[in-house]
Write a protein that binds this ligand. Structure first.
Ligand SMILES: O=C(O)C(=O)C[C@]1(C(=O)O)C=C[C@@H](O)C=C1
Length: 383
């Protein structure tokens, strides 16, 4: 009995959907007609006033309890309508040409050899990421992340390796902040499993340790282990391998470093405690940056930087453009713009590829807006 009723009700829904679909198609065709007018008369796609008027009218007409749902539905309809109009009106941008050139000029295979900038000293996780990406890299080490960006921008190194995010401790804010100041592209990404160890000179016992050195991210990833230790000073240094080197070269017998196992062999240290990170599934994402845009075959990830106007719904409108094309947004990071009044730079990672003409139209449209828009690259992430 129940099943018969359900079948009947579903049949009713199907009939309603058929009418809705016809009406939706009719509405989208009208929207395209408007796009033709707008293109000819240089009228912008988005009209906040018109959308608000429609939402108000629809809410009044439908009343409670469905008015909230109706606004949700109509906002989605506007997203589709705007996306279709933008796609129709898109002008080919300088970015579209640069992407086409990069697709033509990038070789099919990622290089095996290159001069690569890494932060820190030998034994750093950046070195491990670099050696996973390149078979025979010539690594140049720089004290700071800024040194890596500089070396690539000035052409001193062909590529640079930078950590951007850890699965348990989050984004590397310093790298995101530097992205605003340098011209670079992302050519590849890599995800590295990270296992931290407490290391000291041979002869030092865990109970002797009075000071631990490491990078801020590594210390954060080992927070639970550090909380258990009593009367131990924790000191932040630029890099985990720098911490290992400092401990190895120190006259003190009461210091230790949190670093990778490879550092033990490199700097003659002993492991006091293995795997001290919060989770066994501890991964760090690195980017491999280049000066020129390089897009290797199969690239399926896109990174962008956007500044958005301080107006209601501006972030929603940007995200809805990706949603309307069915694009998965895999990361959204916001960082304050120095010196501004709580204005932010937004960093988007998308599951998308430059082989899609609709996406190229969308990127062209975004580039034509007055706000900052930077296409960082289209690449694959090695896992
Ligand atoms: O009225 C317009 O200007 C339209 O382009 C139509 C429409 C809509 O789909 O209703 C689309 C985009 C605008 O932001 C406002 C309304």
């Amino acid at each position: 009995m129940t099943d018969i009723n359900l079948d009947q009700m579903r049949q009713d829904i199907d009939n309603i959907d058929e009418k809705l679909t016809d009406l939706f198609k009719e509405r989208m065709e009208k929207s395209l007609e408007i796009a033709k007018y707008k293109k000819g008369h240089k009228v912008p796609v988005f009209s906040d006033k018109r959308e608000k008027e429609i939402l108000h009218k629809v809410s009044e007409q439908i009343g409670e309890p469905f008015d909230g749902y109706a606004r949700l539905l109509f906002n989605t309809i506007f997203d589709a309508s705007r996306s279709c109009q933008n796609n129709y009106m898109a002008k080919r941008s300088d970015l579209a040409d640069r992407i086409e050139e990069a697709l033509k000029e990038t070789p099919n295979l990622f290089p095996k050899k290159a001069v690569v900038a890494c932060q820190g000293v030998a034994g750093s996780y950046s070195q491990a990421a670099c050696e996973k990406l390149f078979e025979v890299p010539s690594i140049m080490y720089f004290n700071s992340f800024e040194g890596v960006f500089n070396a690539v921008e000035k052409g001193l190194c062909q590529y640079g390796i930078l950590p951007i995010e850890n699965s348990s401790y989050g984004s590397v804010g310093a790298v995101y902040d530097l992205m605003q100041n340098y011209n670079f592209h992302i050519a590849k990404g890599i995800r590295l499993r990270i296992s931290h160890n407490l290391m000291a000179k041979p002869g030092t016992a865990l109970s002797d340790v009075k000071e631990i050195f490491s990078h801020e991210q590594a210390l954060g990833q080992c927070g639970d282990f550090l909380k258990e230790l009593k009367d131990v000073k924790v000191t932040v240094v630029e890099n985990t391998a720098i911490a290992a080197k400092m401990v190895a070269e120190s006259d003190r017998e009461d210091v230790a470093a949190i670093c990778s196992k490879e550092c033990a062999d490199l700097y003659g240290l002993d492991v006091l405690k293995k795997q001290i990170q919060l989770s066994d599934n501890n991964y760090t994402r690195f980017i491999c940056i280049s000066k020129k845009m390089e897009i290797y075959p199969g690239s399926n990830k896109i990174s962008l930087i956007l500044s958005l106007p301080h107006t209601p719904r501006s972030l929603y409108l940007a995200i809805s453009k990706f949603a309307a094309l069915g694009i998965n947004l895999t990361k959204l990071e916001s960082r304050p713009i120095p010196g501004s009044d709580f204005e932010f730079m937004f960093y988007f990672d998308l599951d998308a590829s430059v082989y899609s003409p609709e996406l190229i139209n969308l990127l062209s449209e975004m580039e034509s807006q007055p706000e900052t828009f930077v296409f960082l690259g289209c690449y694959t992430e090695v896992i």
